[in-house]
Design a protein around this ligand. Structure first.
Ligand code: GLU
Length: 479
């Protein structure tokens, strides 16, 4: 999608600030961003990605959500060419459109209460509003809402780049509300008015909005005369992105699943890994390539290749991606990025010890949050020993001998990874044990756990005194 007809591509991300930026929203933002970037790359210099905050619902919106959404987008590296526009500052436009729709006979005032409608439609096969006020000439009042007068005949078709042509009979669309009794616009109205006003020609958004799109197409047609001298007389092209689901194939939900981009940031996911993974939720380059930089994504992304089928948001796979991206960082950058996670863990951090561990830890973590957990034993006065692991070690043959010999030889060895390893190999030979087996009691004594970073680097970082002290207290287990 390099241009729309002969017009520059204009796409937008239009979040409602009712919560954190959700991974589904982030994918929508990313696809819009990629489309605009790719169009620019292909010579459409004026291609624009617009950010619009749909904050008309004063009860559900909060400024801190808007700030959170904006900072999450920035963190991901998704930036926009225009905006943010705020719908809360554009109410005149919606009021003008609502007046126009009323004056042109495309909308009418309705004074029915919900109870009125319910009592009339109970048991009826067609749910929703029964068009009761459609021809009653109800006057505008404090209690009336403005409804769109949906044509009773014909059908409305939406041409969707992902789903093809989708059609609905107009008689199945209710006369929906476009303006509340307090004069504020409904989402469908404000959304269309802004898409027209901002000359949006390609709407890329989540599949949950597909049913709204028929209503929007009707509003769009009815508003065309109001905007007849503007550029936006053709309705936009649509692309509705597939649903994101969890491992049980349930729609991803913020109550059940971890979905906030901000949470992933706090857990130590890297933005470049997130972007790469989000791009693959419903799209792929058509070969087995999975790891792509933003520039590669820009080059390869094609809206026409987006799937219809729900996309599984697989946190395990995201973790794997993140691990790969972490391993690709330089030791310096990895170390720098780990610092806030040490702060958060509240450890008495020691840079000299950490420097010894940086490269081996980088190879073994999937998130930055894993980092302090892997090396916490270096920064603690004494370690807490995991009870299950201790039971295993106590049951293991020759554990006491291993600890005893290790303390003896480590007491006088040169403090160096190779030397310590050789000492350990000598113990193995003496006790007729494999290295892995012999390391277990030592690792537990030193780190409190049976799994962790390579042992000899850990010993070197910890230092001789602390090592001997921990081996000595482990020997107490056997008394
Ligand atoms: N404000 C809508 C939402 O957050 C977006 C609708 C659209 O992209 O058209 O779901």
């Amino acid at each position: 999608m390099d241009s729309i007809g002969d017009k520059p591509v204009r796409v937008r991300f239009a979040p409602s600030p009712t919560g954190y930026l959700h991974v589904g929203g982030a994918r929508t933002a990313l696809y819009n961003f990629l489309v605009a970037r790719k169009a620019k790359l292909n010579g459409d210099e004026k291609a624009s990605f617009i950010l619009r905050i749909e904050d008309t619902d004063a009860e559900r919106n909060r400024p801190e959500w808007t700030e959170g959404i904006i900072s999450s987008l920035k963190w991901l590296g998704i930036d926009w060419d225009e905006g943010p526009y705020f719908q809360s500052q554009r109410s005149d436009l919606y009021a003008k459109a609502a007046d126009f729709l009323f004056n042109s006979g495309n909308a009418y005032w309705c004074s029915c209460t919900r109870e009125d409608v319910d009592s009339r439609t109970k048991g009826s096969a067609t749910p929703g509003y029964d068009r009761y006020c459609r021809e009653r000439g109800v006057a505008k009042s404090q209690n009336s809402v403005l409804r769109f007068k949906v044509p009773l005949n014909g059908s409305t078709t939406v041409n969707d780049l992902v789903r093809g042509a989708v059609n609905v009979e107009n008689k199945n669309i209710e006369d929906f509300v476009i303006q509340k009794s307090d004069g504020s616009p409904l989402f469908v109205l404000a959304n269309v008015v802004d898409d027209i006003d901002l000359s949006i020609n390609l709407v890329i958004r989540g599949e949950e909005h597909l049913p709204n799109t028929f209503k929007m197409a009707l509003i769009f047609d009815a508003l065309r005369a109001l905007y007849s001298n503007s550029e936006a007389t053709d309705s936009p092209t649509y692309a509705h992105l597939p649903l994101l689901v969890n491992e049980k194939r349930q729609k991803l939900s913020k109550r059940r699943d971890r979905v906030a981009v901000e949470d992933f940031k706090e857990q130590g996911f890297l933005p470049q890994a997130m972007i790469n993974y989000l791009a693959l939720l419903g799209w792929g380059p058509g070969d087995d390539r999975e790891f792509m930089s933003l520039d590669e994504l820009t080059e390869l992304f094609e809206l026409e290749k987006v799937n219809k089928a729900p996309a599984f948001f697989d946190e395990k796979k995201l973790r794997h991606f993140n691990g790969v991206y972490i391993r690709n960082l330089s030791d310096e950058v990895f170390s720098e990025l780990s610092m806030p996670f040490f702060d958060k863990a509240g450890l008495r951090f020691d840079l000299e010890k950490w420097k010894i561990m940086v490269s081996v830890v980088k190879e073994r973590v999937e998130t930055l949050d894993d980092v302090p957990k892997m090396v916490d034993f270096l920064f603690l006065e004494s370690v807490e020993i995991d009870e299950n692991s201790k039971a295993k070690v106590l049951n293991q043959e020759k554990s006491a001998e291993i600890l005893f010999l290790a303390r003896e030889s480590f007491g006088k060895a040169t403090w160096d990874t190779d030397v310590l390893k050789n000492q350990m190999l000598a113990i193995c030979e003496k006790l007729d044990l494999k290295l892995g087996k012999a390391q277990a009691p030592v690792r537990l004594a030193i780190t409190g756990r049976l799994i962790g970073p390579p042992l000899f680097e850990a010993l070197v970082a910890l230092g001789r005194d602390a090592t001997i002290r921990r081996l000595t207290s482990a020997l107490e287990w056997f008394k």
